[in-house]
Structures are given as C-alpha cells and as structure tokens.
Write a protein that binds this ligand. Structure first.
Ligand code: PHE
Length: 324
C-alpha cells in the first residue's frame, strides 16, 4: 500500500480557500472522516501480512496524528471573521426606532400654527455680517445693547465683521430688502451666544416672526401672540406683555406666561418694527408698519415637556429622549 506524501501540505493549501466553519468541517472530514484515505487504509490493513502490516499501521497512525494536530491548530475565530453574518429573520424586532427630536417637535408645532396664518418660512444665514445682525437693526456702533448679545466674532480683521448671528432678527433685514410689502415671514434657525448654564446654551434655536403691512397695530401683535400661546399649550394661559427694550422695535415688549408654582416665565421678545429699520430696508415708513417677535424654542420645549435643565436637549442621552 502506498501512503501519499505531502497530505498535510495539500490540506494546508486547501484550507486557504476555506471561507466559513462548514467548509472547514467538510475539509477536515475529507482527510479524517469515515471515507477519508486514512480511514480506508486502516480498513485495508487486514489484507496485509506480518511486517508490512506493522510498518503501514505505524505510518498511518503517525499520519492520522499529524492531520489531527493540523486541524486542531486552526483558529476557528479567524474563520468566523471571514464568515458572512447570519441573520435570523424569525427573531423579534428590537423596536428601538428613531424619532423626532423634542426641539424639532416643538419647532414643527410653531411652524404649523403660523403657516396656517399664511406666513411663509425663510431660512437665513448663521454666519452673518455685523450689518445684518446689528447695524441695520438700529444697533449703531458702540450701542450698549450690543454688549448684551455676547457675540462670537469670526474674524475681527475684516472690514465688515463676520459673526455667528446672535438672533434670528437678521432675517428680517434680508426679507425686507428682498421682498416688497406686505410681508408675513417666519424664520426658524440656530443662533449663538457666548453663554452656558442651566438655562442658557451657546447655541440655541429661535423662530422669528415678521409682519409688514398697511394698518398693522400693536393689537394685531397681541392677538397673534396670545392666539399662538393658547394653541401651543392647548388651553387658555395667563399671558403678560411686559414693556422692554430692543433697538429694532418700538414699542417693545417681552411676553411672560404664568406657569404653575414657577410664576411668570419669559418666552419671547416682540414689538412694532422701528421706523429706522423700515427705512434701512427701503420700505416707506409712512405707508407701512410692522410687528416682529422672536421665540426661544428651547424655552418653550422646557415648558412643554417639563424639562428643568436646557442642556438635556443636546446631551444625546437616549434614555432622556425616549422618555420624552
Ligand atoms: N431678537 C430678540 C432677541 O433675541 C427677540 C426679538 C425679536 C425682539 C423680534 C423683538 C422682535 O432677544
């Protein structure tokens, strides 16, 4: 009986093209299984005689040992990496499905209300020049109100300073310069201020509203805001217009709502568009008047969901988000 040489080498070569565990087991049984050369040769031993039988039996034992060692030395973990993942489609689905972020939910509620009143959306620039963020909004250079905005400047060396907008009011100017009155605009977006604590973030979201038309009065502004607040909280809420100051509106007010034990909470700023702003945008201030408001979306979301710490909204904590 001839015992083939290089059986291990041959097996090692074939192993290289093995892609998964089942191919590996097939290969092993080809060399060591019932129908393998080694096992058949053992069966043939009975036909041999004496010395020849002993010699061949020794060689066969050796070969079987070597083959066994060879297959045992193969690291199945390495093969598992090559293996294509097995997907059991009968397993129950892990229903951890993504959903809208609470800020987007609140934003959509606001947009829905005003779209129904025929306001159209306009998305402005987050990187803005000093002119649109301040100057055209009646904040002259060195006006003290600029200090209140804790601005992030991008490049102080530029002639027309670049900054991250501190409010969405910059879109008022773009809109009035690009479109003639009447205007009913809503402008949602991110704004930036150098501020960070439980109730302030360096980046937050506002929605700006602007209406410019003939015969617009402060009572139109009041009616619009009160209507929105009742809709948003789905009940009649105590609302207070508190006199305030913004360079771009006159008169100006901040709007507070009464919220349980917490008392009065401010949710937006508003006022009648200052005639200087209308003039900066080439709108005839004798013919047209306007009102504007800016809503803090995170503040509304905190009230809507009963969240105490504004930073929760951006902590990417899925437990918190799922709870909401
Ligand atoms: N832009 C103001 C702010 O961020 C809010 C505002 C908008 C006030 C429009 C009046 C009119 O505080």
């Amino acid at each position: 009986m001839q015992i083939p040489k290089d059986l291990i080498k041959e097996a090692a070569k074939k192993l290289q093209s093995v892609k998964n565990k089942s191919e590996f087991y097939n290969l092993r049984s080809h060399y060591l299984g019932k129908k393998s050369f080694v096992q058949n040769a053992f069966k043939e031993l009975k036909n041999l005689d004496g010395k020849e039988k002993i010699r061949i039996a020794k060689s066969l034992n050796l070969l079987r040992e070597e083959l066994t060692d060879f297959f045992e030395s193969v690291d199945l973990k390495v093969l598992a990496v090559k293996e294509e993942p097995y997907i059991d489609v009968t397993l129950p689905v892990n229903a951890n499905i993504g959903k809208k972020h609470p800020i987007s939910v609140v934003m959509d509620l606001i947009l829905d209300y005003f779209h129904n009143l025929n306001y159209s959306s306009y998305f402005g620039n987050e990187i803005e020049s000093d002119y649109y963020n301040f100057e055209a909004l009646n904040f002259p250079q060195n006006h003290p109100a600029r200090q209140m905005h804790d601005t992030f400047y991008l490049n102080k060396s530029l002639n027309d300073k670049c900054l991250l907008r501190t409010h969405t009011s910059n879109t008022q100017i773009h809109m009035m310069l690009n479109k003639s009155a009447p205007i009913y605009m809503l402008s949602p977006g991110r704004v930036y201020r150098c501020d960070h604590d439980m109730t302030h973030l360096p980046m937050f979201t506002q929605v700006e509203g602007l209406a410019v038309d003939q015969n617009i009065s402060f009572s139109d502004l009041k009616g619009t805001i009160i209507g929105f607040i009742d809709y948003f909280f789905n009940q009649s809420v105590d609302v207070r217009f508190r006199p305030s100051y913004f360079p771009f509106t006159e008169p100006s007010a901040e709007v507070d709502i009464r919220f349980g034990k917490k008392g009065w909470l401010e949710i937006l700023g508003c006022g009648m568009v200052h005639p200087n702003v209308l003039r900066n945008c080439n709108i005839d201030a004798r013919k047209y008047r306007g009102f504007a408001f800016g809503v803090g979306v995170e503040r509304l979301a905190m009230l809507y969901y009963g969240v105490e710490d504004i930073r929760e909204f951006y902590a990417s904590n899925s437990e918190f988000l799922n709870q909401i």
